[in-house]
Structures are given as C-alpha cells and as structure tokens.
Design a protein. Structure first.
Lengths: 222, 252
C-alpha cells in the first residue's frame, strides 16, 4: 500500500482527496438542504420533524453520519495540510500583486472561506446537532422545529447564519468545478455544463439555507 | 504615434542568493512608447554603467517572445499588464506618463534569485529530465499522414508543446505551483502514440520531481492559464491528473 499513500501524499494526491471529500460533502448538502426546505411547506414543521426523526433514528443514516464527520474532518485536515504546504512555497512575497487580473478572489481564498465555514459549523453544530443528539431536550413538546424557532429569534444568530451561507456559496462556487478539475474531468463537452451546474448549485444551496433563519426571524413561516 | 514617457521605476536589487535584497527607485525620462520593456531597462542600465553603478541584472535572449528567458514581475503580474506576451514583447505604450512601475523577480522557493531580477529556473530542467522524453527512435521526418495521430490530438499536443518554460505560471500562482508547466510537458507526449511507451512512469516521475523541487499544489484558480504568454490551457493539468492517477493504479 506504500504506492497509494505515496500517491495520496503527492501534491496531486492531496488535491484528489480534497475533491473526493468535497464532492461527498456537496452530496450531503443536497440532502440537508432538501430536508430543511420542508419548513417552507408552512405546516408547523410536521414534515420537517418527521424527516428529522428519520435522520436521527435510521441506522443506515446514523452510520452515514459517522462517515460524514470522517469526510468533513478529512476535508479540513487535507485543506489545512495544503495551506501549510503551499504557503512555504513563496518565502519572499511580492510587493505588488494584481490578483484580480488573472483569477477570481474566491478561488484564491478557499482557505479563508473554509475557515469561516468551520467557525460557522461549530456554532451550527452546537445549536442543532448537539441539541438533538447529545442532550435529552428533544421531546414531542419541544421539537427540532421549535428549537429552530427559538434559535432564530436572535438577530445576531441570523446574521451569523447568513454570513455563513455567503461563505458557503463562494466556497461552492469555486469548489464544485474545481473538484472536477482535480479529478481530471476537464472536457470540452462536459466542462461548460459542470461549471454551470456548479454555479447554480452554489447559488441555490446557499440562498435556500440563508432564507431559513431569515424566514424564522421575520415569522414568515409558522 | 510615438510619444515619450517619464517614469519612476521601483526595481528589486539583490546582490546574490545569500544577501537580502531591497527595492531601489530610479527615474527614467524620454522613454519612447515604441520601446519594449527590456529596451527601457537597457536605457536605464546604460546610464547606470556611465555613472559607475551596477546595472540591473535581468534575463533575456531572443527578444522576440519565443525563448522564455525574460522573467519580470511587473506591477503585480508576470510579464506585465498585457496577456499572451513575454516582457520583451511588452511595449512602453502600455504605460502612462508619470507612472510608477514596480519590477520584481519571480518569487518562488523553487526559483531562487541569482541576482536582481534573474532567478534560477533549473528546477524546470530537472522536471523534464525526470520523464519529459521518449526513448523510441522517431527517425527522419515522415511523409504526411503516415503516423497514426488524430488531427485534434496532434493540435493539442502542439499547443502544449508551445510552452517556452518561462515560469510565468509559477510566478502567477498563489502557491508557486508548476502544474501548468509540468502538465504541458506531460501532455505534449501523452497525446502522441510515441509517448505511450513511458506513459505510466512519466507522470509519476515528473510529478515526484516537481514536488521535490518545492513547487506548490494547485488551487485551480486559473491564474497560470491567464498569465501564460503561450496560452497553455489548464485542460493540460486535468490531463496530468488523469495520467498520474491512472498510473498510480495501473503501474507495477
């Protein structure tokens, strides 16, 4: 197996790992976003709570939850490793850099956006994952939907969530198509489609997520 | 129409790899807008020599945009403000009268400064030596259409082979990555039937050498492609990824 670890520890291998874990997290976000969007049914959270109940009790989902955390940690670890490696490659920095002339700011700021996302994620997990998995506070009378209503009463929390979603949107805008490039999937027939889907995905996912705390805060859903 | 410019130059001066460098400011006047950027530096150097000062060291050779020697990082971009050109093909009409121009060497740990604006790019030579060759005898020039090469592949191989090894990709990359260079050198052979014999080992050997030289990883920002004077596409980087990973799993 030395050949595999050697390959995965190369500059290309680190990016492969980043791409695979990234695409896995992208697939998770579809499930997460789709399930949460049931709050917009305006049924008092009945459908949402049913979904949450399923996600919290189904054994396959519970196993996937562990896989998800593993994927997330691998993505973070690999990103950190790449960032530490890469910043050593230019010990004397330029006095003048015109980055905007040749690339998008968010493509150059994936480490920063990822760090913001991680900070947001810690707050987010404390709010809902900790509440539903590690405390006994989740009851028939106090559902996950109720908890969302309570959490999003705070304007500061809503602002943090919206900023988190903006970071997510830009992270995905670059990350989605970048993952395919790292996997070697650059093809005149498919690449334009991949880029378009990536852009639509980034906007739809981040905008849908961002609309949730806003909707709760302004009591647009009940 | 020819005009004349008065410019302020902030140029990186560094005696050798061991000493620390710093910016020196120079005023140049009466610079013709028809001059190339290198000729403008020549004018400055003539004056420095006459004044008994050390002229600014910079790499240059053909001065017609094909050798890849000139390597200045001008106002925050490799080869200056224009796309698809080397510094020798950058003309002073691209600048405004009274402008301050900052000139730096390529910055990368794999490209140590030799003197002033001259950097050592022999890391590129070692990457090519690691696998950028074929060991079949290609013989004399063949008659047209004698070789089983698809026209599109031949065109792509030729486009990759247009790389002049100037290092602008490394200079532009936020990670000082040599992916565009290495992938071009892999692609020009991977696309042709003559290159298939070493296909499994080539990508592995060249990537290993690239990592050993201290170049960074790829963030897929596309800065390299945008700044490449020869317009090398990052499709080559994707091809290198495919070559490398298929070699990882299929090689013995």
């Amino acid at each position: 197996m030395a050949w595999l670890t050697k390959s995965l520890n190369s500059s290309l291998g680190k990016k492969l790992l980043m791409a695979i874990t990234g695409l896995f997290l992208i697939s998770f976000l579809i499930v997460h976003c789709g399930l949460n969007a049931t709050i917009f049914l305006n049924d008092g959270g009945v459908a949402f709570n049913e979904g949450a109940e399923f996600m919290g009790t189904n054994p396959i989902i519970r196993v996937m939850e562990i896989v998800l955390f593993a994927g997330l940690l691998l993505h973070i670890f690999d990103g950190l490793r790449l960032w530490l490696d890469n910043k050593k490659k230019r010990p004397v920095s330029y006095a003048v850099v015109d980055g905007a002339a040749n690339s998008k700011w968010y493509s150059r700021s994936m480490g920063l956006l990822g760090t913001l996302l991680l900070l947001f994620l810690i707050i987010h997990l404390k709010h809902f994952w900790y509440f539903s998995r590690l405390t006994n506070d989740l009851t028939e009378a106090h559902t996950l939907y109720n908890e969302m209503q309570i959490v999003f009463e705070s304007p500061i929390v809503v602002i943090i969530y919206v900023l988190g979603c903006i970071s997510l949107g830009y992270h995905l805008l670059h990350g989605f198509q970048s993952a395919f490039q790292s996997l070697g999937w650059n093809h005149p027939k498919y690449s334009p489609t991949i880029k378009s889907i990536g852009a639509i995905y980034a906007v739809v996912i981040s905008a849908t997520f961002a609309s949730m705390p806003i909707a709760f805060y302004f009591h647009l859903i009940h | 129409m020819e005009g004349h410019l008065n410019l302020t130059l902030k140029i990186w001066r560094q005696k050798n790899a061991q000493t620390a460098g710093k910016f020196e400011t120079y005023q140049v006047s009466g610079i013709s807008t028809d001059m190339s950027f290198l000729e403008m530096i020549d004018v400055l150097n003539n004056r420095l020599i006459e004044e008994g000062d050390d002229p600014v060291a910079f790499d240059h050779d053909c001065r017609e945009g094909i050798c890849g020697m000139c390597s200045m990082y001008i106002n925050g971009r490799p080869h200056g403000p224009n796309r698809g050109v080397t510094t020798c093909q950058l003309h002073m009409r691209s600048f405004k009268d009274g402008e301050t121009i900052t000139v730096e060497p390529w910055r990368a740990s794999a490209f140590p400064v030799i003197k002033d604006l001259v950097v050592n790019r022999s890391a590129f030579d070692r990457i090519i030596a690691a696998g950028g060759f074929i060991s079949v005898n290609t013989g004399n020039a063949q008659d047209a259409n004698n070789l089983p090469i698809n026209k599109d592949n031949a065109d792509d191989a030729f486009a990759a082979a247009a790389c002049i090894g100037c290092g602008a990709c490394v200079a532009a990359c936020k990670n000082a990555s040599a992916m565009l260079f290495t992938s071009a050198k892999i692609s020009q052979l991977a696309l042709l039937p003559q290159g298939q014999i070493e296909a499994a080992t080539r990508a592995q050997a060249m990537v290993a050498q690239m990592d050993e030289e201290g170049f960074g990883a790829c963030s897929n920002t596309g800065a390299c492609e945008a700044e490449c004077p020869k317009g090398i596409s990052i499709e080559n980087i994707a091809r290198m990824n495919r070559e490398y990973f298929s070699a990882t799993f299929s090689s013995k």
